[in-house]
Design a protein around this ligand. Structure first.
Ligand code: LLP
Length: 410
């Protein structure tokens, strides 16, 4: 999606300097054709197992993106009532929504039951009891899947590994068996699936195969007890290349999946977030000041940790590219924001030729960028701009100070 035209960095052929001139900086810029291509690649890879995509809204919940994904046939993985609201406003079908998360509130459960979601991915015995009680009260049968913690090490950052036995997510296999037994015996619940999600930014296919193996064993045990699940949901977590990671082998993953599932008639769900949107987005920012301190050289830009927290939170690496090709000061630069914390950085030690006023593109920022942004330091959040068919769509306008303050009183 990124290319250069006479030295100027472009997204799908549109010059980022023109986008900055029209919408200001900082700004998130997304390429819809890139998201669509990633979606189609994944759908095609999973066609043999009739895999269905439930896009993880948390990665990027922009209504403009959700509505276009819904148009391609995507369903959604949500973790809050707010995300369900997003899906419904964007025209997504609740019948293709799975609801994950360890802390679903009563209000959220009622909302999801009434909306008619595809299933609750249940994460504890207490949650199952609550869903059952609410469904009974509402005179419905709530569809459930139990999130199994397969105790697999996905080899990723500890903050985003979720399938190890000491994590707060899911339940171990032996507990899952008990939950299924009580769900199957209830007239307010319908057992529909089994699921797991082992972590995020996983670059190897092997942990998925191990997790699936454990889920299939459990499904077989359940079948022997007369409890049939219709679908198996293996979660999301497919890694992308931020720096020098091996590209995730989607084809190999799909082939392993097909062989593991041979002989079963289970429907397959996946919950990708990052792998559909990360590469499709950049954070466009302008250098305010260059300064030196001790041995370090800083480029102070107008985007900050409140706009993109991944570097500060996970020490994540995002590529930084100069948008123009004008002259500057060659050096090893730390790219930092205006927020009053030393943890406010977007990149460390980048070899770049920079001048004040230059535009920079922070790459691979389409996932967990805007969706994790905040108003820390009372900073209005940037606009989100979608590039589609060679033009820009303002998916979300820049916030103003008034937007930030209107809920408060003195
Ligand atoms: N399903 C469930 C139940 C999840 O918890 C997640 C992500 C996904 C699917 C999607 O995972 P993905 O395909 O995007 O890896 N903020 C972190 C990532 C947190 C992931 C949380 N759960 C980051 O910026 O790296």
């Amino acid at each position: 999606m990124l290319s250069r035209d006479a030295g100027e960095l472009c997204v799908d052929g549109l010059r980022l300097c023109d986008i900055a001139a029209e919408f200001g900086t900082p700004a998130y810029v997304y390429s819809w054709p890139t998201i669509e291509a990633r979606y189609r690649e994944m759908a095609a890879a999973l066609a043999d197992v009739r895999g269905q995509i439930r896009y993880a809204v948390k990665a990027n919940g922009s209504l403009a993106i959700l509505s276009r994904l819904a148009g391609l046939g995507a369903g959604f993985d949500i973790v809050s009532g707010g995300e369900l609201e997003r899906v419904m406003r964007s025209g997504g079908s609740p019948a293709k929504v799975v609801f994950s998360g360890v802390g679903k509130s009563t209000v959220e459960i009622d909302f999801a039951i009434k909306a008619g979601i595809e299933c609750f991915n249940v994460e504890s015995a207490s949650e199952l009891a609550r869903i059952e009680a609410r469904a009974r009260l509402l005179g419905c049968r709530a569809p459930v899947s139990v999130r199994v913690n397969p105790d697999v090490d996905p080899g990723t950052h500890p903050y985003i590994a979720t399938g190890l036995k000491n994590s707060k997510f899911g339940v171990p296999a032996n507990v899952a068996l008990d939950l299924y037994a009580s769900a199957a015996a209830s007239d307010a619940l319908a057992v529909v699936g089994i699921d797991c999600h082992i972590g995020s930014q996983i670059t190897a296919a092997a942990p998925f195969a191990t997790a699936l193996e454990r889920l299939l064993e459990l499904a077989a045990t359940l079948a022997r007890q007369g409890i049939d699940v219709r679908h198996i949901d293996i979660g999301g977590g497919f890694g992308v290349c931020y720096r020098d990671e091996e590209p995730f082998d989607l084809e190999g993953f799909a082939a392993t999946l097909a062989s593991q599932l041979a002989g079963t008639d289970l429907a397959v769900l996946v919950e990708p977030g990052r792998s559909l949107v990360a590469d499709a987005g950049i954070l466009l920012t302008r250098i305010e000041y260059l300064k030196a301190a001790g041995e370090r050289q800083f480029a102070v830009v107008d985007a900050a940790m409140n706009d993109l927290i991944r570097p500060a939170l996970y020490d994540a690496w995002h590529g930084v590219e100069k948008v123009g090709d004008g002259p500057g000061q060659q050096g090893i630069w730390d790219i930092v924001g205006p927020v009053c914390e030393s943890g406010d950085f977007l990149a460390h030690e980048r070899d770049l030729e920079l001048a004040e006023g230059d535009l920079l593109a922070i790459r691979n920022a389409g996932a967990y960028g805007f969706s994790q942004s905040s108003n820390y330091n009372t900073r209005p959040r940037p606009p989100e701009i979608l590039v589609e068919d060679g033009h820009t769509v303002l998916a979300r306008r820049r916030e103003t100070a008034a937007d930030l303050l209107h809920l408060e009183c003195v």
